[in-house]
Structure formats: C-alpha cells, structure tokens
Design a protein around this ligand. Structure first.
Ligand code: HPA
Length: 273
C-alpha cells in the first residue's frame, strides 16, 4: 500500500476517536512524556490500535497519541516516539508526523533528551535547537517523492522556525527559565558516543548530540510545518566528565527538570499563534 493511503487510513481511524483538529503537534522525548498528562479532555489512542502505526519499544516511552486541550490550544502529542535504532525504517519513524499534518497540525514542537557537547552546558539545561546536523547518513525522504506532501528538494535553510525560536526565548525570559541555544547533531545510536566522537562532534559545530529529532524535523519541513526543537541536556556527552553514561541518568535528569520543562512548553503553546 502507498504511504499516502496508509496515512489516510490512520487519519480516518483517529477521526473516529475524536473530531478535534489539532493545531500544535508535540513529540515528547525520553522521560518527557509526562507533558501529555497535562492535556485536558484527552483522547488517548495507543499506537498499537492505529492502523499502520509502528509500536514503541524503549523503556520510558509510553506509546500513545494524546489529543485534547493544552493552554487553550488543540494539541496532539506523541507520548513516546520511534527511533531508527529500534530497527524501524525512517519512513516508519516519521509516519506519525505525516499523520499529524493530515490531521491539521501547523506547528510541531519536537523535544528530546540529548548529551551536552558544549562544555558550558550542564545536565538539566534546556536548549532551543537553532539548527541540526544530520549525521545519521540517512534521510526519510529517500525514495519516490509524493508531490502531494511536498517538493522533491526541500529547503532546509530555516529548519527550525526563527519566529518560534524568538517566541521560546521570550517565554524563557518571562518565566525566568535560563534557556541555552545551539545546534543538535543526530546520530543513529544506540551506542552513546566515544570521547573521540564527542570531540569530532564539537569540532563539527554541534552543542548537543542525540539519537532522534532529525528525521521528524526533515519530514515536518517537507510538509511545510513550522518546527520548534527543545533538547533537554540530560548528561554531558562521553569523555567530558570522568564517568560512564547510562539511560538511568538520562531519565533521572528529565525527572529533575520536569517542572521547568512543563511550564516552558505550556507557555509556548499558549502564546503560539
Ligand atoms: N548521546 C546521545 N544521545 C543521548 C545522550 C548522549 O550523550 N544523552 C541522551 N541522549
């Protein structure tokens, strides 16, 4: 079945569960899924129920769509996302972004847990993503282009909306949340980086490193959605501190920053036009 047909079937199924037209899409990274609990009048649809949806496998990822009201806006959240390292094709990783677009989403807020590469960062910092570097050496748009979705050669000169970056900064100032800003580099994982790789990543100009986000943002831009990216710096990348990295540390840090993260996103959603 063609991708466009699959999207139609998924969308039609979701519409049998709710008539809401979401304006803002939220992709919630490792440990950040709690934001979905804030959504009111929520309709929750487990990924496994939706035709053609992949199913999430990582601990700390719940695996459902949550559709409802947040800060006075209609939103749809992915509580748990799909990663390339789980073995999915990038077409599957980004499928929910296509479905969000089909449901009416205009702006998408993509969040993730990331390692801090910039040594002025600290675990617990939130970073506005100003741009990304795709070091996955793969692209979800490889293959025949579906003209109904977007152009063959999408412009990526403003992958992350300047307007939304400005908005996020204003909200940070207003709420007195210290926000960093920087470039995110996406690798496939699932290994964390070696210290030498982290040095290379820094030399290539990135401030944070992670295993997600890039594919979803590419597809969102292909579909002409506006993107805001927020990284939670959960740990310093390998080799910066004399200790090993672990997923437990990642989840621990996201728990510590939860309140800050929630108030930031709630306020951004409120102020987004
Ligand atoms: N590297 C890659 N991905 C990550 C990291 C990291 O240090 N921390 C959280 N996600």
């Amino acid at each position: 079945m063609k991708l466009i047909e699959k999207i139609k079937e998924s969308t039609a199924f979701i519409r049998t569960k709710t008539k809401v037209t979401p304006q803002v899409g939220l992709i919630l990274g490792s440990g950040l899924g709690v934001l979905a609990e804030e959504i009111e009048n929520a309709v929750k649809i487990p990924y496994g129920d939706i035709p053609h949806f992949p199913v999430s496998t990582v601990a700390g990822h719940k695996g459902q769509l949550v559709i409802g009201d947040l800060s006075g806006k209609k939103v749809i959240a992915m509580q748990g996302r799909f990663h390339f390292y789980e073995g999915y094709d990038l077409k599957d990783v980004t499928f929910p972004v296509r479905v969000m677009k089909a449901l009416g989403v205009k702006q998408i807020i993509v969040t993730n847990a990331a390692g801090g590469v910039n040594t002025s960062f600290e675990p617990g910092d939130l970073m506005i993503i100003e741009d990304h570097i795709n070091l996955m050496f793969r692209n979800p748009l490889i293959g025949p282009n579906e003209e109904a979705f977007g152009v063959r050669f999408p412009d990526m000169s403003e992958a992350y909306s300047k307007h939304l970056i400005q908005k996020a900064k204003e909200v940070g100032d207003k709420l007195k949340i210290n926000l960093k800003q920087g470039r995110y580099m996406g690798l496939t994982g699932p290994t964390y980086e070696t210290p030498s790789e982290v040095k290379m990543i820094r030399q290539l100009g990135a401030d944070a490193v992670g295993m997600s986000t890039v594919p979803e943002v590419i597809v969102a831009r292909h579909a002409s959605m506006e993107v805001l990216g927020i990284s939670c710096i959960t740990n310093m990348a390998a080799g910066i501190l004399p200790k090993p990295l672990s997923h437990d540390e990642v989840i621990e840090t996201t728990n510590l920053v939860q309140e800050k993260f929630l108030s930031l996103i709630r306020q951004i959603v409120e102020e987004i036009e």
